[in-house]
Ligand binder design. Structure first.
Ligand SMILES: [Ca+2]
Length: 363
């Protein structure tokens, strides 16, 4: 396996000073920005300086032969469940052996960015053996949507899931093979966050601000797929009650901050504009009205603006992008210098990004 480079940078979180800013320059990434005239809204919002900790580590390969692994989680016995994008769920033993595909999963739409995506255990898995997975759900006529299913996991020589129920379907469906989001994150209160995307195509993008659509939203559901009564738009005319936050482009990385219990996420920007947000109840993260970066074809995004009243600024953004895969806060003891750091996989940058967080009280 290729040795992964580790970038390290310092991130200021919660800083709200709106001082005059220097143009984005420096930082650990030597590539020029795609939108050189755009300015960060707060100090430290992009191009964080390098932080070297000189930690020695070795990259070891723990399993071979997986096809496009996308999501993984550990079972209590130390084995892993790993999704393969074409539609297979595998059990990986502690010595790296792959099981046959877990039987009983519904079909997926594996075109382009679709497929079998994330997998997670119910918080009380030890009692109920329930696992949850997200995927691109095929529908008649070539349309599809992000979906979440659950089932009782039965391990063995031929592992399977029983009593499978599809508990969530993003609505509406669209004809697109892109931007399914799909990260599954359990909150401390046992609710399940499902991240989603804007489906990339223009009719999807234009729904990211609309409360009557699940496109471009993070949603929050109960463990059986019903809707929590304290979701922000429950009872609002014309709004989907499952919505938690709006204005997201494509959220493929998300994790719970172990120190605060908040949902942190990284979403894909276009050319420039990958961004970290804390997805808070009922908030608007701006897409496509505000965005850093430029369109793939080079034009400004919407009006080319990066800030607007009532829309949340990202905590941090990358221009050029890393293309986030997954993210996690490091809480282990093996590398004390990394304690509390945020690690994010970069698919385009082909490295592992480490961000140090410096908590600054909000004014
Ligand atoms: Ca945003």
């Amino acid at each position: 396996m290729k040795i992964a480079a580790t970038l390290a940078a310092t991130l200021l979180v919660g800083a709200t000073q709106l001082n005059a800013q220097q143009p984005p320059a420096g930082g650990v990434d030597p590539r020029p920005p795609n939108a050189p005239t755009q300015q960060p809204a707060v100090a430290g919002q992009t191009r964080a300086p390098e932080s070297k900790k000189n930690v020695a580590f070795e990259v070891v390969s723990v399993a071979e032969g997986l096809e496009n692994p996308w999501g993984m989680t550990f079972l209590p016995d130390g084995k892993m469940l790993v999704t393969e994008k074409p539609g297979r769920l595998r059990v990986v033993s502690k010595d790296g052996q792959l099981s046959p595909a877990v039987a009983g999963l519904p079909p997926v739409d594996a075109r382009r960015q679709g497929g079998l995506l994330d997998v997670t255990l119910h918080p009380r898995f030890a009692q109920n053996q329930l696992i949850y997975w997200s995927y691109a759900e095929p529908k008649d006529g070539g349309v599809n949507n992000t979906a979440v299913a659950r089932g009782k996991f039965v391990d063995g020589a031929e592992p399977r899931v029983e009593n499978v129920e599809v508990i969530y379907h993003q609505r509406p469906t669209l004809a697109s093979n892109l931007h399914f989001g799909s990260r599954l994150v359990w909150a401390r209160d046992g609710k399940l966050f499902v991240t989603q995307g804007d489906r990339s195509v223009t009719p999807g993008r234009m729904q990211a601000q609309n409360l009557d659509s699940g496109i471009g939203k993070i949603v929050r559901i109960n463990d059986d797929g019903t809707i929590p009564k304290d979701n922000p738009f429950v009872g609002k005319d014309g709004a989907l009650p499952e919505i938690w936050s709006i204005g997201h482009r494509n959220v493929q990385a998300a994790t719970l901050n172990p120190a605060t219990g908040d949902l942190w996420e990284v979403e894909h920007g276009t050319r420039g504009g990958d961004e970290i947000n804390i997805a808070r109840k009922g908030k608007d993260y701006g897409w496509p009205t505000i965005a850093y970066g430029i369109e793939y074809q080079g034009a400004p995004i919407t009006g080319g603006i990066t800030a607007k009243e009532g829309m949340e600024q990202p905590l941090y953004y990358w221009d050029p992008v890393i293309a986030p895969s997954g993210m996690v806060f490091y809480t282990g003891n093996l590398f004390p210098a990394w304690k509390g750091s945020l690690f994010i996989g970069g698919m385009v940058s082909t490295n592992l990004v480490r961000l140090e967080l410096k908590l600054v009280p909000r004014k």
